[in-house]
Write a protein that binds this ligand. Structure first.
Ligand SMILES: CCN(CC)CCN(C[C@]12C[C@](c3ccc(C(F)(F)F)cc3)(C1)C2)C(=O)Cn1c(SCc2ccc(F)cc2)nc(=O)c2c1C=CC2
Length: 396
Protein backbone atom coordinates (compact mmCIF):
# COMPACT_ATOMS: atom_id res chain seq x y z
CA UNK A 1 0.00 0.00 0.00
CA UNK A 2 1.09 3.59 -0.39
CA UNK A 3 -0.41 5.34 2.64
CA UNK A 4 2.17 6.45 5.23
CA UNK A 5 1.26 4.07 8.10
CA UNK A 6 1.85 0.90 6.07
CA UNK A 7 5.36 2.10 5.26
CA UNK A 8 6.16 1.79 8.97
CA UNK A 9 4.52 -1.63 9.31
CA UNK A 10 7.09 -3.38 7.17
CA UNK A 11 9.24 -6.35 8.05
CA UNK A 12 12.81 -4.98 7.87
CA UNK A 13 14.89 -5.84 4.78
CA UNK A 14 18.19 -7.68 5.03
CA UNK A 15 21.11 -5.30 5.67
CA UNK A 16 23.84 -7.56 4.26
CA UNK A 17 25.42 -7.48 0.77
CA UNK A 18 23.11 -10.10 -0.78
CA UNK A 19 19.61 -9.76 -2.18
CA UNK A 20 17.36 -12.43 -0.70
CA UNK A 21 15.05 -14.97 -2.30
CA UNK A 22 12.73 -17.46 -0.66
CA UNK A 23 10.99 -20.62 -1.78
CA UNK A 24 9.06 -23.47 -0.16
CA UNK A 25 10.06 -27.14 -0.18
CA UNK A 26 7.97 -30.12 0.86
CA UNK A 27 9.03 -33.75 0.41
CA UNK A 28 6.88 -36.90 0.50
CA UNK A 29 3.08 -37.01 0.51
CA UNK A 30 3.03 -37.71 4.24
CA UNK A 31 3.26 -36.05 7.64
CA UNK A 32 6.70 -37.66 8.02
CA UNK A 33 8.07 -35.58 5.12
CA UNK A 34 10.06 -32.35 5.41
CA UNK A 35 8.45 -28.93 5.04
CA UNK A 36 10.60 -25.79 5.04
CA UNK A 37 10.88 -22.25 3.69
CA UNK A 38 14.36 -21.63 2.27
CA UNK A 39 15.80 -18.10 2.43
CA UNK A 40 18.94 -17.68 0.32
CA UNK A 41 21.33 -15.21 -1.37
CA UNK A 42 19.75 -14.37 -4.74
CA UNK A 43 20.52 -12.40 -7.89
CA UNK A 44 18.99 -8.92 -7.81
CA UNK A 45 15.43 -9.27 -9.11
CA UNK A 46 13.77 -5.87 -8.82
CA UNK A 47 10.95 -6.96 -11.14
CA UNK A 48 10.05 -10.08 -9.09
CA UNK A 49 7.28 -10.22 -6.49
CA UNK A 50 7.95 -10.38 -2.76
CA UNK A 51 6.80 -13.60 -1.08
CA UNK A 52 3.48 -13.68 0.78
CA UNK A 53 4.18 -13.53 4.52
CA UNK A 54 1.31 -15.86 5.59
CA UNK A 55 0.59 -17.95 2.48
CA UNK A 56 -2.70 -19.73 3.34
CA UNK A 57 -5.89 -18.66 5.16
CA UNK A 58 -5.71 -21.87 7.26
CA UNK A 59 -2.81 -20.26 9.17
CA UNK A 60 -5.24 -17.52 10.26
CA UNK A 61 -7.64 -20.24 11.45
CA UNK A 62 -4.80 -21.94 13.33
CA UNK A 63 -3.71 -18.67 14.95
CA UNK A 64 -7.31 -18.05 16.05
CA UNK A 65 -7.45 -21.50 17.67
CA UNK A 66 -4.08 -20.91 19.35
CA UNK A 67 -5.17 -17.51 20.66
CA UNK A 68 -8.52 -18.89 21.87
CA UNK A 69 -10.46 -16.69 19.45
CA UNK A 70 -13.46 -17.77 17.35
CA UNK A 71 -12.23 -18.87 13.90
CA UNK A 72 -14.80 -16.74 12.08
CA UNK A 73 -13.54 -13.69 14.02
CA UNK A 74 -9.84 -14.52 13.91
CA UNK A 75 -9.76 -15.42 10.23
CA UNK A 76 -11.38 -12.12 9.19
CA UNK A 77 -9.22 -10.06 11.60
CA UNK A 78 -5.97 -11.60 10.38
CA UNK A 79 -7.05 -11.37 6.73
CA UNK A 80 -7.95 -7.70 7.20
CA UNK A 81 -4.80 -6.71 9.11
CA UNK A 82 -2.06 -8.87 7.60
CA UNK A 83 -3.61 -10.42 4.48
CA UNK A 84 -1.58 -8.19 2.17
CA UNK A 85 1.71 -8.28 4.11
CA UNK A 86 4.69 -9.56 2.11
CA UNK A 87 8.12 -10.40 3.45
CA UNK A 88 11.12 -8.58 1.90
CA UNK A 89 12.40 -11.62 -0.02
CA UNK A 90 11.74 -12.28 -3.70
CA UNK A 91 9.59 -15.35 -4.26
CA UNK A 92 11.52 -18.03 -6.20
CA UNK A 93 14.26 -15.56 -7.18
CA UNK A 94 17.26 -17.21 -8.88
CA UNK A 95 19.77 -18.57 -6.35
CA UNK A 96 23.16 -16.77 -6.55
CA UNK A 97 25.95 -19.37 -6.47
CA UNK A 98 29.34 -18.05 -5.45
CA UNK A 99 31.19 -18.90 -2.26
CA UNK A 100 29.98 -21.98 -0.38
CA UNK A 101 27.41 -20.62 2.07
CA UNK A 102 27.10 -21.75 5.70
CA UNK A 103 23.74 -23.37 6.53
CA UNK A 104 21.35 -22.31 9.29
CA UNK A 105 18.32 -24.45 10.30
CA UNK A 106 15.63 -22.38 12.08
CA UNK A 107 12.95 -23.80 14.45
CA UNK A 108 9.76 -21.81 15.21
CA UNK A 109 7.98 -21.42 18.55
CA UNK A 110 4.72 -22.76 20.01
CA UNK A 111 1.74 -21.69 17.91
CA UNK A 112 4.02 -20.25 15.23
CA UNK A 113 5.04 -21.69 11.84
CA UNK A 114 7.86 -21.46 9.26
CA UNK A 115 7.19 -18.00 7.77
CA UNK A 116 6.87 -15.66 10.76
CA UNK A 117 10.55 -15.28 11.68
CA UNK A 118 11.42 -13.76 8.31
CA UNK A 119 13.16 -10.64 9.74
CA UNK A 120 15.80 -12.94 11.30
CA UNK A 121 16.00 -15.42 8.40
CA UNK A 122 16.17 -12.71 5.72
CA UNK A 123 18.92 -10.82 7.57
CA UNK A 124 21.00 -14.02 7.86
CA UNK A 125 20.48 -14.83 4.15
CA UNK A 126 21.46 -11.27 3.19
CA UNK A 127 24.69 -11.80 5.14
CA UNK A 128 25.50 -14.95 3.17
CA UNK A 129 23.71 -17.85 4.87
CA UNK A 130 21.34 -20.41 3.41
CA UNK A 131 18.48 -20.57 5.95
CA UNK A 132 16.04 -23.49 6.19
CA UNK A 133 13.06 -22.46 8.34
CA UNK A 134 11.38 -25.76 9.11
CA UNK A 135 7.63 -26.17 9.75
CA UNK A 136 7.08 -28.69 12.51
CA UNK A 137 4.34 -31.36 12.26
CA UNK A 138 4.31 -32.11 16.03
CA UNK A 139 0.98 -30.21 16.43
CA UNK A 140 2.83 -27.31 18.08
CA UNK A 141 2.42 -25.11 15.00
CA UNK A 142 -0.74 -23.00 14.72
CA UNK A 143 -1.28 -24.84 11.45
CA UNK A 144 0.69 -26.86 8.95
CA UNK A 145 -0.14 -29.21 6.11
CA UNK A 146 1.13 -32.01 3.90
CA UNK A 147 0.04 -32.80 0.37
CA UNK A 148 -2.05 -35.94 0.17
CA UNK A 149 -2.12 -37.66 -3.20
CA UNK A 150 -5.72 -37.53 -4.43
CA UNK A 151 -7.15 -40.86 -5.61
CA UNK A 152 -7.33 -41.02 -9.40
CA UNK A 153 -11.15 -40.82 -9.53
CA UNK A 154 -11.36 -37.57 -7.47
CA UNK A 155 -8.55 -35.84 -9.37
CA UNK A 156 -10.25 -36.14 -12.77
CA UNK A 157 -12.94 -33.51 -12.04
CA UNK A 158 -10.52 -31.09 -10.27
CA UNK A 159 -8.54 -28.80 -12.57
CA UNK A 160 -5.52 -28.22 -10.25
CA UNK A 161 -2.88 -30.98 -10.00
CA UNK A 162 -4.03 -34.03 -8.10
CA UNK A 163 -2.77 -32.72 -4.75
CA UNK A 164 -4.93 -32.00 -1.72
CA UNK A 165 -3.62 -30.10 1.35
CA UNK A 166 -4.19 -32.10 4.54
CA UNK A 167 -4.14 -29.52 7.42
CA UNK A 168 -2.87 -30.24 10.95
CA UNK A 169 -3.84 -27.65 13.57
CA UNK A 170 -2.40 -26.66 16.97
CA UNK A 171 -3.10 -29.29 19.61
CA UNK A 172 -4.26 -27.75 22.89
CA UNK A 173 -3.24 -29.35 26.15
CA UNK A 174 -6.05 -31.64 27.33
CA UNK A 175 -7.40 -31.13 30.85
CA UNK A 176 -5.31 -33.19 33.23
CA UNK A 177 -2.63 -33.76 30.61
CA UNK A 178 0.89 -33.12 31.96
CA UNK A 179 2.42 -30.32 29.86
CA UNK A 180 6.04 -31.42 30.44
CA UNK A 181 5.32 -34.90 29.05
CA UNK A 182 3.63 -33.63 25.86
CA UNK A 183 6.27 -30.95 25.23
CA UNK A 184 9.15 -33.40 25.80
CA UNK A 185 7.69 -35.78 23.22
CA UNK A 186 7.14 -32.90 20.79
CA UNK A 187 10.69 -31.55 21.19
CA UNK A 188 12.10 -34.96 20.26
CA UNK A 189 10.06 -34.93 17.05
CA UNK A 190 11.08 -31.32 16.40
CA UNK A 191 14.78 -32.23 16.72
CA UNK A 192 14.31 -35.14 14.27
CA UNK A 193 12.61 -32.75 11.83
CA UNK A 194 15.59 -30.35 12.05
CA UNK A 195 18.01 -33.22 11.39
CA UNK A 196 15.80 -34.40 8.47
CA UNK A 197 15.89 -30.89 7.02
CA UNK A 198 19.69 -30.83 7.37
CA UNK A 199 19.99 -34.15 5.53
CA UNK A 200 17.59 -32.94 2.81
CA UNK A 201 19.65 -29.79 2.14
CA UNK A 202 22.87 -31.85 2.08
CA UNK A 203 21.23 -34.24 -0.38
CA UNK A 204 20.32 -31.30 -2.65
CA UNK A 205 23.85 -29.94 -2.23
CA UNK A 206 25.28 -33.27 -3.44
CA UNK A 207 23.26 -32.91 -6.65
CA UNK A 208 20.79 -35.69 -5.89
CA UNK A 209 17.34 -35.25 -7.44
CA UNK A 210 14.72 -34.22 -4.87
CA UNK A 211 10.98 -34.18 -5.56
CA UNK A 212 9.30 -31.01 -4.30
CA UNK A 213 5.63 -31.88 -4.01
CA UNK A 214 4.83 -28.13 -4.01
CA UNK A 215 5.68 -27.76 -7.71
CA UNK A 216 7.32 -24.30 -7.67
CA UNK A 217 9.46 -23.16 -10.60
CA UNK A 218 12.52 -22.78 -8.37
CA UNK A 219 15.56 -24.55 -9.80
CA UNK A 220 16.77 -26.75 -6.93
CA UNK A 221 19.71 -27.98 -9.02
CA UNK A 222 21.25 -24.49 -8.76
CA UNK A 223 22.05 -25.26 -5.10
CA UNK A 224 24.48 -28.06 -6.09
CA UNK A 225 27.86 -27.70 -4.31
CA UNK A 226 26.77 -24.37 -2.75
CA UNK A 227 26.50 -25.40 0.91
CA UNK A 228 29.56 -25.23 3.16
CA UNK A 229 28.92 -28.64 4.70
CA UNK A 230 31.37 -28.03 7.56
CA UNK A 231 29.65 -24.81 8.66
CA UNK A 232 26.14 -25.70 9.86
CA UNK A 233 24.25 -24.21 12.82
CA UNK A 234 20.77 -24.44 14.36
CA UNK A 235 18.71 -21.53 15.71
CA UNK A 236 15.22 -21.20 17.19
CA UNK A 237 12.79 -19.16 19.29
CA UNK A 238 11.25 -20.28 22.62
CA UNK A 239 10.01 -23.87 22.01
CA UNK A 240 12.34 -23.62 19.01
CA UNK A 241 15.15 -22.78 21.44
CA UNK A 242 14.50 -26.03 23.31
CA UNK A 243 14.59 -27.70 19.87
CA UNK A 244 18.06 -26.17 19.31
CA UNK A 245 19.34 -27.80 22.52
CA UNK A 246 17.88 -31.23 21.66
CA UNK A 247 19.16 -30.97 18.05
CA UNK A 248 22.70 -30.12 19.18
CA UNK A 249 22.70 -33.09 21.58
CA UNK A 250 21.59 -35.46 18.78
CA UNK A 251 23.47 -34.14 15.73
CA UNK A 252 27.16 -33.21 15.94
CA UNK A 253 27.06 -31.75 12.42
CA UNK A 254 25.25 -28.81 14.03
CA UNK A 255 28.47 -27.08 15.02
CA UNK A 256 26.81 -24.52 17.30
CA UNK A 257 23.40 -23.20 18.28
CA UNK A 258 21.53 -20.00 19.10
CA UNK A 259 18.47 -20.14 21.38
CA UNK A 260 16.27 -17.02 21.30
CA UNK A 261 14.30 -16.57 24.56
CA UNK A 262 14.45 -20.33 25.18
CA UNK A 263 11.59 -22.22 26.89
CA UNK A 264 13.39 -24.90 28.93
CA UNK A 265 10.35 -26.93 30.08
CA UNK A 266 10.45 -29.39 27.10
CA UNK A 267 14.16 -30.14 27.60
CA UNK A 268 14.82 -33.59 29.08
CA UNK A 269 16.83 -34.06 32.30
CA UNK A 270 19.48 -36.12 30.45
CA UNK A 271 20.54 -32.93 28.63
CA UNK A 272 22.17 -31.62 31.80
CA UNK A 273 24.68 -34.52 31.84
CA UNK A 274 26.96 -32.74 29.36
CA UNK A 275 24.91 -33.87 26.35
CA UNK A 276 25.54 -30.59 24.57
CA UNK A 277 29.21 -30.19 23.69
CA UNK A 278 28.81 -27.52 20.99
CA UNK A 279 28.94 -23.74 21.63
CA UNK A 280 25.54 -22.30 22.47
CA UNK A 281 24.33 -18.68 22.72
CA UNK A 282 21.21 -17.76 24.70
CA UNK A 283 19.70 -14.40 23.70
CA UNK A 284 16.91 -13.55 26.17
CA UNK A 285 14.23 -10.90 26.29
CA UNK A 286 13.90 -8.87 29.48
CA UNK A 287 10.24 -9.71 30.19
CA UNK A 288 9.69 -13.40 29.28
CA UNK A 289 12.19 -15.18 31.55
CA UNK A 290 11.61 -16.41 35.09
CA UNK A 291 13.85 -17.90 37.84
CA UNK A 292 13.13 -21.62 37.22
CA UNK A 293 13.76 -21.24 33.49
CA UNK A 294 16.96 -19.24 34.05
CA UNK A 295 18.24 -21.80 36.57
CA UNK A 296 17.91 -24.53 33.91
CA UNK A 297 19.83 -22.37 31.41
CA UNK A 298 22.56 -21.73 34.01
CA UNK A 299 22.74 -25.47 34.79
CA UNK A 300 23.22 -26.20 31.08
CA UNK A 301 25.86 -23.47 30.73
CA UNK A 302 27.54 -24.58 33.98
CA UNK A 303 31.10 -23.35 33.52
CA UNK A 304 31.46 -23.87 29.76
CA UNK A 305 33.00 -20.69 28.36
CA UNK A 306 31.53 -21.56 24.92
CA UNK A 307 27.99 -21.27 26.31
CA UNK A 308 26.84 -17.70 26.91
CA UNK A 309 23.71 -15.82 27.87
CA UNK A 310 22.82 -12.18 27.16
CA UNK A 311 19.61 -10.18 27.68
CA UNK A 312 18.24 -7.42 25.46
CA UNK A 313 16.96 -4.57 27.66
CA UNK A 314 13.41 -3.40 27.00
CA UNK A 315 12.59 -6.42 24.83
CA UNK A 316 9.70 -8.89 25.12
CA UNK A 317 9.08 -12.48 23.95
CA UNK A 318 7.45 -11.20 20.76
CA UNK A 319 10.48 -9.03 19.88
CA UNK A 320 11.84 -12.00 17.89
CA UNK A 321 8.88 -13.10 15.65
CA UNK A 322 7.71 -10.75 12.85
CA UNK A 323 4.45 -9.62 14.47
CA UNK A 324 6.45 -7.02 16.38
CA UNK A 325 6.96 -5.22 13.04
CA UNK A 326 3.52 -5.59 11.44
CA UNK A 327 1.38 -4.76 14.45
CA UNK A 328 0.56 -1.47 16.08
CA UNK A 329 -1.85 0.31 18.37
CA UNK A 330 -4.07 -1.48 20.84
CA UNK A 331 -3.50 -4.99 19.43
CA UNK A 332 0.26 -4.64 19.87
CA UNK A 333 -0.17 -3.31 23.39
CA UNK A 334 -2.82 -5.83 24.42
CA UNK A 335 -0.73 -8.82 23.27
CA UNK A 336 2.63 -7.27 24.30
CA UNK A 337 3.97 -7.57 20.78
CA UNK A 338 6.46 -4.72 21.29
CA UNK A 339 8.73 -3.89 24.24
CA UNK A 340 9.96 -0.45 25.26
CA UNK A 341 12.88 -0.86 22.85
CA UNK A 342 12.26 -0.08 19.17
CA UNK A 343 11.56 -3.44 17.42
CA UNK A 344 14.19 -2.77 14.75
CA UNK A 345 16.83 -1.98 17.38
CA UNK A 346 16.03 -5.17 19.29
CA UNK A 347 16.24 -7.44 16.22
CA UNK A 348 19.49 -5.73 15.14
CA UNK A 349 21.08 -6.52 18.52
CA UNK A 350 19.85 -10.13 18.31
CA UNK A 351 21.03 -10.55 14.69
CA UNK A 352 24.41 -8.87 15.23
CA UNK A 353 25.17 -10.92 18.34
CA UNK A 354 24.11 -14.05 16.39
CA UNK A 355 26.38 -13.20 13.45
CA UNK A 356 29.38 -12.54 15.73
CA UNK A 357 28.78 -15.83 17.58
CA UNK A 358 28.42 -17.75 14.28
CA UNK A 359 31.62 -16.21 12.87
CA UNK A 360 33.53 -17.24 15.97
CA UNK A 361 32.26 -20.84 16.13
CA UNK A 362 31.92 -21.57 12.42
CA UNK A 363 35.29 -19.86 11.66
CA UNK A 364 33.68 -17.57 9.09
CA UNK A 365 35.91 -15.11 7.25
CA UNK A 366 33.60 -12.08 7.47
CA UNK A 367 33.51 -8.86 9.47
CA UNK A 368 30.87 -10.06 11.98
CA UNK A 369 33.54 -9.93 14.72
CA UNK A 370 32.76 -6.20 14.86
CA UNK A 371 29.85 -7.28 17.10
CA UNK A 372 31.85 -9.52 19.47
CA UNK A 373 31.20 -7.16 22.38
CA UNK A 374 27.46 -7.87 22.11
CA UNK A 375 28.11 -11.59 22.74
CA UNK A 376 29.72 -10.53 26.04
CA UNK A 377 26.66 -8.42 26.82
CA UNK A 378 28.49 -5.15 26.26
CA UNK A 379 26.71 -2.40 24.32
CA UNK A 380 23.57 -0.26 24.41
CA UNK A 381 20.39 -2.13 25.50
CA UNK A 382 22.20 -5.38 26.23
CA UNK A 383 23.48 -6.94 29.48
CA UNK A 384 25.58 -10.04 30.14
CA UNK A 385 23.61 -12.91 31.65
CA UNK A 386 20.14 -12.07 32.90
CA UNK A 387 18.10 -9.43 34.72
CA UNK A 388 16.28 -12.22 36.60
CA UNK A 389 17.32 -12.73 40.22
CA UNK A 390 17.93 -16.41 40.94
CA UNK A 391 19.68 -16.13 44.31
CA UNK A 392 18.00 -18.47 46.85
CA UNK A 393 15.43 -16.63 48.97
CA UNK A 394 16.98 -15.35 52.19
CA UNK A 395 15.68 -17.32 55.22
CA UNK A 396 13.07 -15.19 57.09
C1 LIG B 1 -3.31 -17.91 24.89
C2 LIG B 1 -2.38 -18.82 24.26
N1 LIG B 1 -1.42 -19.45 25.18
C3 LIG B 1 -1.13 -20.70 24.46
C4 LIG B 1 -0.36 -21.68 25.26
C5 LIG B 1 -0.16 -18.65 25.40
C6 LIG B 1 0.21 -17.85 24.13
N2 LIG B 1 1.57 -17.28 24.15
C7 LIG B 1 1.68 -15.83 24.32
C8 LIG B 1 1.30 -15.17 23.01
C9 LIG B 1 1.67 -15.64 21.60
C10 LIG B 1 0.85 -14.41 21.50
C11 LIG B 1 0.39 -13.67 20.27
C12 LIG B 1 1.09 -13.82 19.08
C13 LIG B 1 0.63 -13.14 17.96
C14 LIG B 1 -0.49 -12.32 18.03
C15 LIG B 1 -0.94 -11.59 16.83
F1 LIG B 1 -2.12 -11.02 17.04
F2 LIG B 1 -0.08 -10.62 16.54
F3 LIG B 1 -1.04 -12.43 15.83
C16 LIG B 1 -1.18 -12.17 19.23
C17 LIG B 1 -0.74 -12.87 20.38
C18 LIG B 1 -0.10 -14.98 22.53
C19 LIG B 1 1.63 -13.75 22.62
C20 LIG B 1 2.66 -18.09 23.97
O1 LIG B 1 2.52 -19.28 23.78
C21 LIG B 1 4.07 -17.48 24.01
N3 LIG B 1 4.99 -18.51 23.49
C22 LIG B 1 5.33 -18.57 22.17
S1 LIG B 1 4.69 -17.39 21.12
C23 LIG B 1 5.24 -17.87 19.47
C24 LIG B 1 4.36 -17.24 18.46
C25 LIG B 1 3.16 -17.85 18.11
C26 LIG B 1 2.30 -17.24 17.20
C27 LIG B 1 2.67 -16.01 16.67
F4 LIG B 1 1.85 -15.42 15.79
C28 LIG B 1 3.86 -15.40 17.00
C29 LIG B 1 4.70 -16.02 17.90
N4 LIG B 1 6.15 -19.49 21.67
C30 LIG B 1 6.66 -20.48 22.47
O2 LIG B 1 7.41 -21.33 22.00
C31 LIG B 1 6.29 -20.45 23.85
C32 LIG B 1 5.46 -19.49 24.33
C33 LIG B 1 5.20 -19.67 25.72
C34 LIG B 1 5.91 -20.80 26.11
C35 LIG B 1 6.65 -21.37 24.96
Amino acid sequence: GTNSTEKFYRIPEGKGPHSVGCTDLMTENAVEGSFLRLYYPAYDATDMEEARWIPDKEYYQGLSDFLNMYRVVGERLFHYYVGSVTCPAKSNAAFKPGEKYPLLVFSHGLGAFRTIYSAICIEMASQGFIVAAVEHRDESASATYYCKRRSVSESQEESPPNMEKEWIYYRKLKTGEEERCLRHKQVQQRAQECIKALNLILKINSGEEVTNVLHSDFDWNSLKDSVDTSRIAVMGHSFGGATVIESLSKEIRFRCGIALDVWMLPVGDDIYQNSVQQPLLFINSEKFQWAENILKIKKLISNDTNKKMITIKGSVHQSFPDFTFVSGGIIARFFKLKGEIDPNEAIDISNHASLAFLQKHLSLRKDFDQWDSLVDGIGPNVIPGTNIDTSPAEPE
